[in-house]
Design a protein around this ligand. Structure first.
Ligand SMILES: Cc1cc2nc3c(=O)[nH]c(=O)nc-3n(C[C@H](O)[C@H](O)[C@H](O)COP(=O)(O)OP(=O)(O)OC[C@H]3O[C@@H](n4cnc5c(N)ncnc54)[C@H](O)[C@@H]3O)c2cc1C
Length: 685
């Protein structure tokens, strides 16, 4: 600024502020922030009436009673609680005992829930995962993967023969899909199942080391059966009398003797050994050498072989059968997304409670303040707390949609659930994995004590990003689905429910952003769900339209595979952006449907923080296309900080409303009361 135009009084103010700031440093190095700090939370709290009871009531799913039964059962059985230090061998045995006791002593039948009432099954999986994530995964392998493959890929004869044994654990089993050389690319599996018309059997074979089944849960120690995914080969049925490869099918293969537990002839199993986490689950590698199983062991819902070796299927192509087969396995992804939110709730609860308890520094001659009163701590934890709420409602919605799909088999719902489960599984598990590390750091040194859980939560949860579909691969399915819908839009086809917004926002995107609204910066406008949702959807529509154009351009020179690869990061961003739009839409619905006014107000605050934090994190994208003018970007930033600060005022209530019992939290520093006492007792004081 020109010196002659300077206002002398404002110059003085600037100088004064500078001196005050410097004097703060000189005066007390232990008081880095202004004296107002400790007053702020009270101010925020006065404005909002957050009732844990009411929040909890609204958040609670329909199956809280079953979850409570599970918690009470494990609470009453200290012999079934997982200690902090445990060897791999003991942990595996303990997990098996925990699962058996759950089924046989507590009378909880996860398999029946899975088949009759899937939302109850997911609630059981979440609760059991809270007891020990290894147990949650072992249970998922037994009931959702092994049991689910029999029920969903097989027919009545399989259900009649295996249901009870799977349900009561007489038939512990595995799901053997992945091979040493192929995990994500299931269509390239090499294990074969060749029909022998003379004996009316299939011969299961591992043709080379690359085809050894790898990472198979429940295989190293406990499994007696496996559903084995293999290429179905029909001799003499191909062109010119050659063998015909009918593609990937699943077969029930007994692997151990039901009485003696000895390996059956032709089955070789080795232990995959100690893992980064989930060491309560016994993963194994299996090789099959000409193992014979009856023709009936083909899980024949989508394709069958007659006594004379003829293949029949209601689905016309190998690709369609493959899609139908894998499509039946989406339940596992729904469960992982849902359980991942459960893990995030645990980590966030421990961290927020401890951050409230922990006091470091403070204004001169005043009490120390909670570390949660530092803006930096609020900045990393409050949007995370808001995201936890957002994911809670989104995964609840996913579970409801999954149940609807199971009931109706409606094509549109099926499409919706497939893409949504892939998207939410990858988005939520990646977010949780990153957040657990942030939680550990936010708890300082005490966050590093094993007893305070972050190590085990992080290590056990980490692989959620990879199994049941690698996250990067799943996001591409979402992007592919969006592109398909995009083409359909221009052909005038119908869009599935979750995708409907594209029709409207795509048209508004194709017209330029409104230069007037791009400047609106009032709080009412920024906290208007319409503005927030429009912004999210505008971004998705823009990404979709631009990637479609890029793909078209590059396909001409690179072919479709090369073009896809050239645009891959763009496609992944598109998929994440879409999932964020869905998450926000579901959160807004949840706020609007909340019957209690005070609770609704609290949820609205949390939802606004989720939305504005996401917009701020991506502000470059919005600025680049002038969707948001510079003054508006600044206002969004300011408001995000303010909302974080407000959410901090009700942070305890928000985590208490997750309603997690001490059995699940377990970390002494995360206890609702007497955390320090529990922690000192834990080391022997
Ligand atoms: C603890 C554990 C338990 C498991 N349990 C079972 C089980 O019970 N049964 C079973 O069948 N399997 C199981 N698995 C296997 C699991 O499902 C696979 O590991 C998973 O599907 C990923 O496959 P992959 O390991 O071959 O990874 P890869 O596909 O080899 O991926 C390696 C990397 O390449 C990237 N990549 C791969 N393809 C693409 C692409 N198209 N575009 C961009 N990037 C790509 C991935 O993002 C990843 O970063 C388990 C694995 C583990 C670790």
């Amino acid at each position: 600024m020109d010196d002659s135009r300077r206002n002398p009084s404002s110059d003085d103010e600037v100088a004064l502020r500078r001196i005050q700031r410097l004097s703060l440093h000189l005066y007390s190095p232990s008081a880095p922030l202004s004296g107002e700090l400790s007053l702020l939370p009270c101010r925020a709290k006065r404005n909002l009436l957050a009732s844990v009871e009411s929040l909890s009531e609204y958040m609670r799913g329909p199956h809280r009673e079953i979850q409570s039964r599970i918690f009470e059962f494990f609470q009453s059985r200290p012999d079934l609680q997982t200690p902090v230090e445990i060897s791999m061998a003991e942990h595996r045995q303990l997990c098996m005992r925990q699962m058996t006791a759950l089924v046989r002593d507590a009378g909880i039948r996860p398999f029946r829930y899975l088949v009759e009432n899937p939302s109850a099954y997911f609630a059981v999986a979440e609760a059991v995962g809270g007891v020990d994530i290894s147990l949650g995964i072992k249970m998922g392998v037994q009931f959702s993967l092994w049991g689910g493959s029999v029920i969903n890929l097989g027919t009545k004869k399989h259900r009649d023969k295996y249901f009870d044994g799977i349900d009561n654990l007489d038939y512990p089993g595995c799901f053997a899909m992945t091979e040493l050389h192929h995990g994500s690319n299931v269509q390239a599996l090499q294990t074969t199942a060749t029909f022998d018309p003379i004996t009316d059997e299939f011969v299961i074979n591992t043709p080379n080391d690359g085809a050894i089944k790898w990472w198979i849960g429940n295989a190293a120690v406990h499994g007696k059966f496996a559903s084995v995914f293999a290429r179905l080969i029909l001799p003499l049925q191909g062109k010119g009398g050659k063998s015909a490869d009918m593609g990937i099918h699943a077969f029930i293969v007994p692997i151990r003797d039901l009485e003696t537990h000895a390996l059956l002839p032709g089955v070789e199993i080795h232990d995959c050994g100690h893992k980064v986490g989930l060491n309560g689950v016994d993963n194994g590698a299996l090789r099959f050498s000409q193992v014979r199983v009856p023709r009936d062991n083909l899980l024949n819902r989508f394709g069958d072989v007659s006594r004379d070796g003829k293949y029949t299927s209601s689905l016309p192509t190998v690709n369609k059968r493959f899609a139908a087969t894998l499509g039946e396995l989406v339940g596992g992804r729904v469960g992982l997304a849902y359980s991942s939110v459960g893990v995030l709730k645990i980590a966030v609860t421990i961290t927020v409670r401890y951050s409230l308890l922990r006091q470091q520094f403070g204004p001169p001659r005043k009490p120390e303040v909670s570390v949660l009163d530092y803006q930096s701590q609020q900045h990393r934890l409050m949007p995370m707390l808001a995201s936890t709420y957002a994911f809670h409602f989104a995964t609840q919605y996913l579970v409801d949609k999954y149940c609807e799909m199971k009931k109706t088999n409606d094509d549109q719902v099926v499409g919706d659930v497939h893409a949504l489960s892939a998207g939410l599984k990858s988005y939520v598990t990646s977010y949780t994995a990153r957040s657990i590390s942030t939680c550990r750091e936010s708890c300082g040194g005490h966050g590093y004590a094993a007893v305070n859980r972050f190590g085990i939560l992080r290590n056990d949860h980490d692989i959620f990003q990879t199994f049941e579909g690698d996250n990067t691969v799943l996001l591409q399915q979402v992007a592919g689905d969006l592109l398909k819908r995009y083409q359909e839009k221009f052909k005038g086809g119908t869009l599935t429910v979750t995708w409907n917004y594209l029709r409207e926002s795509m048209s508004s995107y194709l017209s330029q952003p409104n230069p007037v609204t791009a400047r609106w910066e009032g709080e009412d406008h920024l906290r208007d769900p319409k503005f927030q949702l429009d912004a999210f959807r505008h971004r998705t529509s823009r990404l979709l339209q631009s990637v479609a154009a890029r793909l078209q351009k590059h396909t001409k020179t690179l072919g479709s595979f090369g073009a896809w690869n050239r645009c891959l990061n763009h496609l992944l961003t598109l998929a994440e952006s879409h999932i964020e739009s869905v998450v926000l839409a579901k959160f807004i619905d949840a706020v609007q449907n909340c019957p209690d006014a005070n609770t609704r107000e609290v949820l609205k605050l949390v939802c606004d923080l989720y939305a504005l934090d996401r917009i701020w994190k991506d502000i470059g994208t919005y600025r680049n296309v002038d969707y948001v003018a510079p003054n508006k970007a600044k206002a969004i930033h300011k408001l995000t900080d303010y909302l974080s600060f407000q959410v901090r005022g009700v942070a305890r209530e928000l985590v208490d409303a997750f309603d997690l019992p001490d059995l699940v939290i377990r970390a002494p520093i995360g206890m609702a009361s007497e955390a320090y006492e529990q922690y000192t007792q834990n080391v022997g004081f």
